[in-house]
Design a binder for this molecule. Structure first.
Ligand SMILES: Cc1cc2nc3c(=O)[nH]c(=O)nc-3n(C[C@H](O)[C@H](O)[C@H](O)COP(=O)(O)O)c2cc1C
Length: 342
C-alpha cells in the first residue's frame, strides 16, 4: 500500500510493520501459489532456484498433518527451503487448524496460510476451503483461534471474492482478518461458484488493497510476465502469485524479475536452457517420488511446457504413451530440435 493510499498515520505504521515482515521472508519477489498435485517439494525447489521469492505447499489437511498421515507429511516436505515455504492448511475446525498451525510453526515453518478458497466439492461440503467465506462468524473464530496459537509466525489467508455471486464479501472478510491480526491476504478475485471460469476481476483486488492496511497479494489469470506487471500496476498489490502460469514454466519467476532489464547472460529465451530446466525438474521428481510416480506427476508440467510450442499438440499423446524417463527426455529433445530448426 503506497503511503498515499493510507487513510491515516496509524494505518501507515501498521502497513509498514506488516510489509517489513513479508519482505523479510522474500515475499516482495514473485510467489509460487499453492497448487494441489503441482507444488510438491521438487517443483517448489525448482521454482525457488529460478526466481520465486517464496512458495507454498499445496493445501494439506490439518487433521492429516496433525496425525502424521504419510501423504500429508510428504506434501509438507520442504527440506532446507523451509524458511521460504509457507504451509497451507485446510480444515473446518478452529481448534484443529490452530493445533496444526502450532505444529507447523514448531517444525520451522515461518508462514502458515489457511485455505479459504478451495472450490472442490469434497472440501467445501465439509465446511472447509471456500465454505468458510459463507459464515463470517466461523471465519472470525478461525482467524482468532489460529492467530492466538501462532503468535510469532506469519499468519496469512488465501481467499476468493465470495462463495457465489450473491455473497461477494471479500471486503468484510479482509477487514475482519485485519482486525484479528492476520498478516497478509492472498486474493483470487473469483467466487467459488465461478471455479476457474470467467476472468479474475482484479478491480476487486484493488478495492481490497485500498481498504485494508495489511499486505494484499494478487492471484488469478497471471499467466505471463506482462499479466503480472499489469495486475500489480492496476491493483497496487504488494506482490503477485504465479499459479497455472508457472506449470511447466518455472523460469517465469526469473523472467518477471528480469523484466525491463537487458537480457541476462543466461538468456531464458534459449529453448535448450528451458528444456534443461524441465529435465532437471524431472530428475528432482524421480528422486523424490521414485521413477514411476515421478514420471506420472511430471505430466502436467510437460503439458504446460509443450503448450508453448507450435505443433506440440501431437506431443501430448507421445508424453502419455512414454514408458519411462528416457522416452520423456527424448520427446523434450525432439521438441527442442524442431523449435531450433524451425
Ligand atoms: C491444479 C490447481 C491446484 C490448486 N490448488 C490450490 C491449493 O491447494 N490451494 C489454494 O489455495 N489454491 C489452489 N489453487 C488456486 C491457485 O493457487 C490460484 O489461486 C488460481 O489458480 C488462480 O491463479 P491462476 O489463474 O494464475 O492460475 C489451485 C489451482 C490449480 C490450477
Amino acid at each position: 500500500m503506497p503511503a498515499r493510499r493510507c487513510r491515516n498515520l496509524s494505518q501507515l505504521i501498521l502497513y509498514l510493520l506488516f510489509i517489513y515482515k513479508m519482505i523479510k521472508i522474500n515475499a516482495g519477489k514473485p510467489i509460487l501459489a499453492p497448487m494441489a498435485g503441482i507444488t510438491g517439494y521438487p517443483f517448489r525447489k525448482i521454482a525457488l532456484k529460478y526466481g520465486a521469492g517464496f512458495c507454498f505447499t499445496e493445501m494439506v489437511s490439518a487433521i492429516g498433518f496433525l496425525h502424521n498421515d504419510k501423504a500429508s507429511l510428504e506434501l509438507v516436505e520442504a527440506g532446507k527451503d523451509i524458511e521460504k515455504t509457507g504451509i497451507q492448511l485446510f480444515g473446518n475446525s478452529p481448534g484443529i487448524l490452530a493445533q496444526a498451525a502450532e505444529k507447523a510453526a514448531g517444525i520451522g515453518f515461518k508462514v502458515v496460510d489457511i485455505n479459504m478458497g478451495c472450490p472442490v466439492k469434497k472440501v467445501v461440503k465439509t465446511g472447509a476451503g471456500s465454505a468458510i467465506l459463507k459464515d463470517t462468524k466461523e471465519f472470525s473464530l478461525i482467524v482468532k483461534t489460529v492467530r492466538r496459537a501462532i503468535k510469532d509466525c506469519i499468519f496469512t489467508i488465501k481467499i476468493r471474492s465470495g462463495f457465489d455471486g450473491s455473497s461477494i464479501n471479500f471486503m468484510e472478510i479482509g477487514k475482519i482478518a485485519e482486525s484479528f491480526g492476520v498478516d497478509a491476504v492472498f486474493f483470487h478475485p473469483r467466487t467459488k461458484s465461478l471455479m476457474f471460469g470467467g476472468i479474475a476481476d482484479h478491480s476487486l483486488t484493488k478495492k481490497l488493497k485500498d481498504a485494508v492496511a495489511i499486505p494484499v497479494y494478487a492471484s488469478g489469470d497471471i499467466f505471463t510476465v506482462d499479466d503480472a506487471i499489469r495486475v500489480k500496476t492496476l491493483t497496487g498489490a504488494d506482490g503477485v502469485m504465479f499459479a497455472r502460469g508457472a506449470i511447466g514454466k518455472p523460469w517465469i519467476f526469473t523472467e518477471y524479475l528480469d523484466a525491463g532489464s537487458p537480457p541476462a547472460k543466461k538468456d531464458l529465451t534459449d529453448i535448450r536452457l528451458k528444456t534443461g530446466i524441465i529435465i532437471e525438474l524431472m530428475e528432482e521428481m524421480s528422486l523424490f517420488y521414485g521413477e514411476k510416480r515421478g514420471h506420472k506427476l511430471i505430466r502436467p508440467h510437460l503439458y504446460g511446457f509443450l503448450r508453448g510450442f507450435k505443433g506440440s499438440k501431437g506431443k501430448r499423446s507421445e508424453v502419455n504413451n512414454a514408458q519411462n524417463g528416457k522416452e520423456l527426455v527424448n520427446i523434450l529433445k525432439m521438441v527442442t530440435d524442431e523449435v531450433e530448426f524451425a
